[in-house]
Design a protein around this ligand. Structure first.
Ligand code: ADP
Ligand code: MG
Length: 230
């Protein structure tokens, strides 16, 4: 399967802001990694590099054997099929039903066939949202919207899920539900790379924790033991 390796990654935004400074990171297939850090520490920058929103100003990123920083533009959609992406804003289309919101993610990868209906309902089942298949996003709670975003991220059977603060704005119970869903998906050997600033959740989950501070890598520990680093 696919490991994700960052080699000497630095990113400077066009206005001169240093988003990341010389990051080295090796994420094995099946890992569950939290990117922990305060607002502005570089978490989203790192995830956006992984999803190829833009390229780093320096360094290489390997997805499996391939250096994605030199990937041809036309191959990017194919690359993105292998990763499930969850952004801070769930980005659901408000005028489409939950079912159609997920179907669109499938359409993006031309995978519509006789199993489509079954697959969409299974993904909704994984996140406990089958009953809401014909609801509209505005009819859902924040926690339910996050669940749908997760269903959409897993619909193409990705081997890596990249999630940027998926519990932002959720109350404690809803955050836990989402975390447990990620854990369940991770048990199916899907790599999870999740940015968060919620230290309490990270402590209890006992996963690998990569700590960012001002764009630098401050720590990389197992079992949630990041201590007093930030
Ligand atoms: P986090 O996700 O941890 O809050 P970001 O990766 O968004 O942090 O930001 C890291 C740094 O890069 C911050 O100083 C932020 O202001 C800066 N930054 C982020 N996006 C841009 C951008 N598009 N242009 C300029 N600076 C940016
Ligand atoms: Mg961010």
């Amino acid at each position: 399967m696919y490991s994700v390796v960052l080699e000497n990654i630095s990113h400077v935004y066009p206005d001169g802001t240093e988003g990341l400074k010389n990051i080295n990171l090796n994420i094995k297939s099946g890992d569950f990694v939290f990117l922990l850090g305060r607002s502005g520490s570089g978490k989203s920058t790192l995830l956006n590099l992984l999803t190829k929103e833009f390229n780093p100003t320096k360094g290489k990123i390997y997805f499996g054997q391939e250096d994605i920083t030199t990937m041809e533009k036309k191959r990017i959609p194919f690359y993105r099929r292998k990763i499930g992406i969850i952004k801070e804003d769930t980005m659901l289309l408000e005028n489409k039903t939950i079912y159609d919101n997920i179907k669109i993610a499938l359409l993006a990868t031309e995978k519509i066939n006789s199993n489509t209906d079954y697959n969409i309902m299974s993904a909704l089942g994984v996140v406990g949202m089958r009953k809401k298949w014909d609801s509209f996003p505005s009819e859902l709670s924040k926690g339910e919207r996050s669940r749908v975003a997760l269903a959409r991220a897993i619909i193409n059977n990705p081997c890596v899920i990249v999630a940027d603060e998926p519990t932002a704005g959720l109350d404690n119970d809803a955050s836990w539900d989402i975390m447990n869903l990620f854990d369940e998906i991770n048990r199916r050997k899907v790599t999870i790379i999740m940015a968060t600033h919620e230290k309490d959740l990270v402590t209890i989950m006992k996963k690998r924790v990569v700590t960012l501070y001002n764009g630098s890598l401050l720590g990389d520990v197992k079992n949630g033991r990041y201590g007093d680093l930030i």
